[in-house]
Structures are given as structure tokens and as C-alpha cells.
Ligand binder design. Structure first.
Ligand code: GLN
Length: 538
């Protein structure tokens, strides 16, 4: 019998529901339970795939090619378990399904309504993963804040499910804010009282309160919250600001969130949480012996969430290298051929980020030319790889005006071309090359040395590809395809022979980096940056 935990949010957005859900899942997993997390988002887009990163942060891609909320990245990084299409559901997806059913005549002449038809569909989806029999516990995070109009059907579905499943098999955790009023010198419980009241109006009594706070909650505050919100005192959990999100599982352990959950769900623990590897990771993260400066050149740099998985992958790789990785975000448009040396000064390595569209292209090309010629470690991801190919075409192969078809449909040298399978696609949503594909890594290349194997699989999200008509010329000049898709021949990894570290992938390695398995490309890139730094200081 699968147990269900629902996580709601109150008072404000951005409280970190995803981190709390992932931390709780980590603790339960460390106790031997099989856990998954899913996110239900109240917006009407079918998925975040068509959203500008400024709207919604990074779009995370799963193995099976779902374009999802970035919280799924946290789930995977914490649990080291893959998520899938079923782990992220939006209002749009629910309504689309119900309306298609209606058109197909499935409702037999009935009026189709939010209750029961929409809520039934929400409940069905909430239980899909649970019914697979793969999990002991399913944690469902509800996006948005309690009281939002758009999240009402989700809360109503939770109310109904709680009633159907009963108290021993489900519980609700409400994440809330306990603000500190500096002028009064006090923590305030009123916003939490109000948001729990709102939940109660909808018929949902939370079982556990997780309180985000800048200051410790004393016993008096805990008692007050318990009394006003009808929960046990030990179900008032402090979630104090942490210096890294990777501290949160241990903070929740200290607050016994996992124990409280198990008691309420009438589950007996399999063993005490085994967090040895996690603690080793944290120990290295917090006690670096050295540091490196990495530049991240991209076009969405005002919003660090747009590159969430890349930032986290650097944290994982930093821990492995016992190195503090300082990532400096640099706006691609601010770079040109004249100021590039100035812009990249002091950097031990440069990553050119994924992206779409022509804005900032010339800055990226100037960056790549500079790091290629000056033998500074370079790592390109997706558009970053495509830019490396364009730069090499223009400046080494003298293909004047070489470009990606995405940026210039009239380029005389389309070294990056629209993929064959993309040519007849007109819809934007969910139509890129998405999800995991196999890649053969050539023996004797740097990529092979880094991965240590010939068969890998990485996740993709793109429409354009290396144009194989130019491959021979590129390889002759020293840029080789060290990774190729075995079925289609698509170039997946390029590297330079005569450069200490110049590697780029058409895929997104950052999506597979976890605490348990830091991604080898990031680990090696950081190591290369360290080597570069040492030789530069000499
Ligand atoms: N815009 C490029 C493409 O669609 C790269 C995409 C990306 O960087 N994710 O192929």
C-alpha cells in the first residue's frame, strides 16, 4: 500500500517547497523506503517547454523527454532516481485530457464540471505513480500558494483524496513563512495562522507545518503555532535559512521531520537514515582546499534559476575536486572582440551556455575564439557546442559567414543545420529532440578518457545539429567528433585535439549530475580549470 504525502505552500511563493520535498524524500530513502516526488503546477501551459526562462527558470528535461519544472531537477539531484512524464502535471494537461474525453463522448451527456471531472482527473494522476507498485511513498508537491484561485481544484483534490485514503495513508505538510519583524524584534505567527485558516476553509487540515524562518523558533512560538493551527508541537518544524540547499536534509533530520512523518503514516522505519555519502559530499563541499573561477556566458544571466542545473552540477563537481567553484555569470551581449580579454580576465575556465535565438551570438563566438587561442579550458553545452562549431568554421576553416540555420537561414555555410526530423514541424510545444539518446564515444579521445567507457546516454533538448557535410573538413583541421549517435550519426560531442580542455556536447550533461553521481564532464572541466590556474600562477 503506497502512502501519500502532499506538500502545500502558504504566505508567499519561493519558500522552497521543492527543496523541502526533496529533503524529506532523501531522509525516507536513506531509511530504506522507495520514494518518488511529483509536482502539480497550476498554470495552464501543458508544460514549461514553451516558457521563456525568465518566466519560470530552467526547463528541466527527464530521461523520457518530458519538459518539466526545475524542481524535478532537485528531486533527481537529491534522490539519484530518474523522474518521468508522470512526475510533472499542469492544469493545462488536466484540462486538455478532460476536454478530449468530452469531445470523444466519454461523459455520456453529463455536464462536465470542475468537481467531479477535473478533480477526478487530478486525483487519478496523483495516484498514477503510486499505483505502479514501485514506491512505498509518493510525495506530491503542489505548485503555487494556498489561496490562489488557480490552485483551488488541486487543494480540493487533496481534500477528497485525504478523505478517501484516510489518515494513516496520507498526510499534508504545509510549508509556511514565519517572518521576523526587526523593528519589533519578534518572529510573527499570524501569516501562518491565516494561511492555515485558508486551507481549513477548503477542508484541509495540515498535519505538519514546516516553517521557513531566518531565526530559530523557540518553544513558545512552536506552541503558539501548534495551538492556533491544530497540530502537535512536534509537528511544528523549523526550516531555518541554510548556507546550501544540501544542508536541508540534515536540518530536517535534526527536526525529526522524517520521524514525525513515519509515525503519522504508521510506518515502522527499516533502519536509521544512512547518510554517510551525503555527509562526505557535504564535508568536501564545505571544506574546499582551493578555488577556481568559472565564467558562464549566456543570455539569461539576470536570473540564475535559468541555469539551475548547471550551477548545481558545478557544486557537485566542486565537492568531488574539493574545490570551491565560483561561477561568474557574464552577459553574452556585453562581450565583443575588443573587450573579450578584459571580460574573461581571471577566469580559469569558461562555459558557454545553452540557449535559443541570435541574441548574444557574437559575444559567444568572441569568447570561444579567445579561449580556443589562449588554451583556456572551455566547455560548451548545446547552443554552446553549436557556437564552438560556428567559431571554428569561421576562424579556422575560413568559412566566411558560417552560421547556424537557426540564426541565419541564408548562411552560405550552414555548419549547424535543422535536423531532418524537425523540418516539417510547425508546433512549438514538446517537439524538439527531447530526452535520453545513446552516444558512442570514440576510443582515444578526451571524452573517452573522461567517461571511461564507449557507450553513454545523455539528455537532449534542441532542434539543430552539427551538419555532417562538413565533418571531414573539421576533423582534418583538428576539431573531432568524439561522440556520435550510433543510430543517426548525429554528432553529440566535439573536442579539439591540440587544446588542454575544449569539449562541447550537443546534450545537457547538467541534467544528469546528482550528489551521488557528479557528472564526469563537469568534474573534469573543474579539474582542468584547476590545472590551468596552477600553470597560470606559475
Ligand atoms: N537553439 C539550439 C537548438 O535548438 C540549442 C538549444 C539548446 O541550447 N538547448 O538546437
Amino acid at each position: 500500500m503506497t502512502k501519500y504525502i502532499f506538500v502545500t505552500g502558504g504566505v508567499t511563493s519561493s519558500l522552497g517547497k521543492g527543496i523541502i520535498a526533496a529533503s524529506l524524500a532523501k531522509l525516507l530513502q536513506a531509511r530504506g523506503f522507495k520514494v518518488t516526488i511529483q509536482k502539480f503546477d497550476p498554470y495552464i501551459n501543458i508544460d514549461p517547454g514553451t516558457l521563456n526562462p525568465y518566466e519560470h527558470g530552467e526547463c528541466y528535461v527527464t530521461e523520457d523527454g518530458a519538459e518539466t519544472d526545475l524542481d524535478l531537477g532537485h528531486y533527481e539531484r537529491f534522490l539519484n532516481v530518474s523522474t518521468s512524464q508522470a512526475n510533472n502535471v499542469t492544469t493545462g494537461r488536466i484540462y486538455k485530457y478532460v476536454i478530449e474525453q468530452e469531445r470523444a463522448g466519454a461523459y455520456l451527456g453529463k455536464t462536465v464540471q470542475v468537481i467531479p471531472h477535473i478533480t477526478d482527473e487530478i486525483k487519478r494522476r496523483m495516484q498514477l505513480l503510486g499505483q505502479s507498485g514501485e514506491y512505498d511513498i509518493v510525495i506530491t508537491e503542489l505548485g503555487g500558494t494556498v489561496g490562489d484561485i488557480e490552485s483551488l481544484p488541486f487543494i480540493e483534490a487533496v481534500r477528497q483524496l485525504r478523505w478517501e485514503l484516510g489518515n494513516n495513508d496520507s498526510l499534508v505538510i504545509h510549508l509556511t513563512l514565519v517572518p521576523y519583524l526587526a523593528a519589533a524584534g519578534e518572529l510573527k505567527t499570524k501569516p501562518t495562522q491565516h494561511s492555515v485558516k485558508t486551507l481549513l476553509e477548503y477542508g484541509v487540515q495540515p498535519d505538519i507545518l514546516v516553517c521557513r524562518t531566518e531565526h530559530k523558533l523557540n518553544q513558545e512560538i512552536r506552541k503558539k503555532l501548534a495551538l492556533f493551527c491544530n497540530v502537535n508541537v512536534n509537528a511544528v518544524v523549523e526550516s531555518i535559512d541554510a548556507s546550501t540547499i544540501y544542508d536541508v536534509p540534515l536540518l530536517m533530520l535534526k527536526e525529526q521531520l522524517d520521524k514525525t512523518v513515519l509515525t503519522k503514516l504508521k510506518l515502522s522505519t527499516k533502519h536509521e537514515p544512512d547518510l554517510e555519502n551525503w555527509k562526505t559530499f557535504l564535508g568536501r563541499l564545505k571544506n574546499p582546499t582551493t578555488e577556481v573561477n568559472i565564467g558562464l556566458v549566456g543570455k539569461y544571466i539576470e536570473l540564475p534559476d535559468a541555469y539551475k542545473s548547471i550551477s548545481e552540477a558545478f557544486i557537485h563537481a566542486g565537492s568531488t575536486n574539493e574545490t570551491k567553484v565560483k561561477v561568474k555569470f557574464i552577459a553574452a551581449e556585453s562581450i565583443d572582440s575588443k573587450n573579450v580579454a578584459e571580460k574573461l580576465r581571471g577566469l580559469d575556465g569558461v562555459l558557454v551556455a545553452p540557449g535559443f535565438g541570435a541574441r548574444g551570438l557574437e559575444g559567444k563566438l568572441s569568447t570561444i575564439k579567445y579561449v580556443r587561442e589562449n588554451k583556456i579550458p572551455f566547455f560548451g553545452i548545446c547552443l554552446g557546442m553549436q557556437c564552438a562549431v560556428i567559431e571554428f568554421g569561421r576562424n579556422v576553416l575560413n568559412l566566411n559567414g558560417a552560421n547556424s540555420y537557426e540564426m541565419d537561414a541564408d548562411t552560405p555555410y550552414p555548419v549547424i543545420n535543422l535536423m531532418e526530423e524537425q523540418k516539417n514541424i510547425t508546433d512549438m510545444g514538446g517537439t524538439m529532440r527531447l530526452g535520453a539518446y545513446d552516444c558512442d564515444v570514440k576510443k582515444g579521445t578526451k571524452a573517452f578518457a573522461i567517461y571511461g567507457k564507449a557507450k553513454i546516454s545523455e539528455r537532449h533538448r534542441h532542434r539543430y545539429e552539427f551538419n555532417n557535410a562538413y565533418l571531414k573538413d573539421y576533423e582534418k583541421a583538428g576539431m573531432i567528433a568524439s561522440g556520435v549517435n550510433p543510430k543517426t550519426g548525429l554528432v553529440e560531442i566535439i573536442e579539439l585535439k591540440d587544446h588542454p580542455f575544449f569539449i562541447a556536447g550537443q546534450f545537457h550533461p547538467e541534467l544528469k549530475s546528482t550528489v551521488a553521481n557528479p557528472h564526469p564532464l563537469f568534474v573534469s572541466f573543474v579539474a582542468a580549470a584547476l590545472t590551468h590556474k596552477k600553470s597560470a600562477t606559475k
